[in-house]
Design a protein around this ligand. Sequence first.
Ligand code: ITT
Length: 212
Amino acid sequence: MNDRLEGKIVIATHNSGKLREMRELLAPHGIEAVSAGELGLSEPEETGDDFVTNALIKARAAAKGAGLPALADDSGLCVEALGGAPGVFSARWAGETKDFAAAMARVAQEMKASGSPSRRAHFVSALAVAWPDGAEQVFEGKVFGDLTFPTRGTRGFGYDPCFTPDGYTRTFGEMSAEEKHGIPADGAQALSHRARAFQMLAASLLAPADPS
Ligand code: ITT
């Protein structure tokens, strides 16, 4: 039986865009979140070939390193015409310099080379929670949509400017934080992959949100 998450936890990410979103998601639940970067924890190698495995690798390492419950996200963009790439390699396509303009240009170029007419893609987020005693849980969220080139928008992070979720005409890069990953007060499904995974996590592990 897992504990609920309360008090202080470590967010096992070194990605500032993700960290901002995860802090915003946790704030209404009374959680104090410190990041792996702030604690000086090193980044474990992501050796898994799926999102859940990599999320668990990061959460376990941070729980052990910090002696606190840890929350990790492993996520990425899966492009139908590319057989699901970049997938777990989404961060690596941006290279050492984290150049997402170059990563999105590579997606566009490889889609063209594939000859497929499909513009379909989805984002995946696996959120893993690990406790120092070895307990763990994982929640996975997805959002489907179309790829948009030329890219549009400067908000969000990573591949946001090239992804238009189903039912919308604007890319994630053109949306406010609230629109992309806000949690609807009426219990409806959130929009982003990470917010959808978080809704499942919150229902299972967190105290109810305080709307104030
Ligand atoms: P950590 O492992 O330290 O958390 P990372 O950036 O290496 O950071 P991942 O291995 O999970 O994280 O790589 C996921 C990549 O997928 C991330 O770098 C983004 O570029 C992209 N991605 C994930 N969620 C996204 C989102 O909501 N919007 C845009 N791009 C996203």
